[in-house]
Design a protein around this ligand. Sequence first.
Ligand SMILES: [Fe+2]
Length: 335
Amino acid sequence: MKNPFDILEQNALNFKLTPISFREIFFIAETPCDIYAQVDGLLKVILHKKAEINTQLLKELLQKKMANLFVMQDDRTLLRFAQQENLTNVTRSLSIGDPLEKARLQTNLLTLNMGYLYEDPTDDNVLNLQVQSAKNLATFLFNKPQIHEDLYKEYIRQGHHYIFAQPFLSTLFLLGVMKNSRMYIDKDIELFFLTSYFKDIGMSAIPVEKFNDKDLTDEDKNLLASHPTLSVNILKGRVPLPPNHLKIIENHHIYSTLTNQMNLSSKDDPNNIFGFETMMISVMDTVAAMTTDRPFRKAESLYKSLDLIRLLIGEQYPQEFKLIVFYFKNFFKTL
Ligand SMILES: [Fe+2]
């Protein structure tokens, strides 16, 4: 620290700046506001408003270890709007250009917006954008199963926090199995995609950093356990999901423990949707979680994941279990 003026200035900056994720400056052509970082222990503007952003610049920042970025609190929304405008544009032009490139961009922007949604799940604009974009992605990906594996690989490589990555990965698996099973019409696909993708939105009640520790406080554990109900409360009346799909969200952890399995209604009852669909969403969630790293544990093998799934559903759903095994063995073979 050079002189008292610096100290005052730095204190004032500390007060006015808010941290942003490094990936919030990906995908935009120019900065919508000044971007700050620590340079030799001092907070300084490293990118002025309207500075061009390209891959080379991003690499340089990473090399100089300037990945911890800040913006003025008042500018935070400018950055969010820029990324959301991106998401809107990519959603509208999803079918134009290279499908894998478009899907990669779309999934990354959706994941960024999921972060914004977690910051304020009551914001209708953010939620509507997320729903509309996810709907388009559902149809797009359903018709392009040939890019699923590559998209999975690319998406994993991005290293999103698992809280934001998990909904997409489990939903991508769900889409693949549904495609394989050939049992669904287009409208169903969209609804199940949304159901699976938004099922964990209730987790936004817990700050993301807390998910880096294995040990949550009892209060956080209770909040976490109630996330299916919180998700329904957040979504009810605000998204185009019929009541039976909200019911699936409410029950999406019902297969997580063997003991709960006995509470399921008969799968033969045509009036409830607890059976196959809830099971599928729950199982895809479990496999996606087990086969990916967490900050506090390494990924499990596919074999181990499927072994657990066999214990959970093998007896009640032998045919479906075979379908799932067939799907995943093919999927991971190419990875
Ligand atoms: Fe969940």
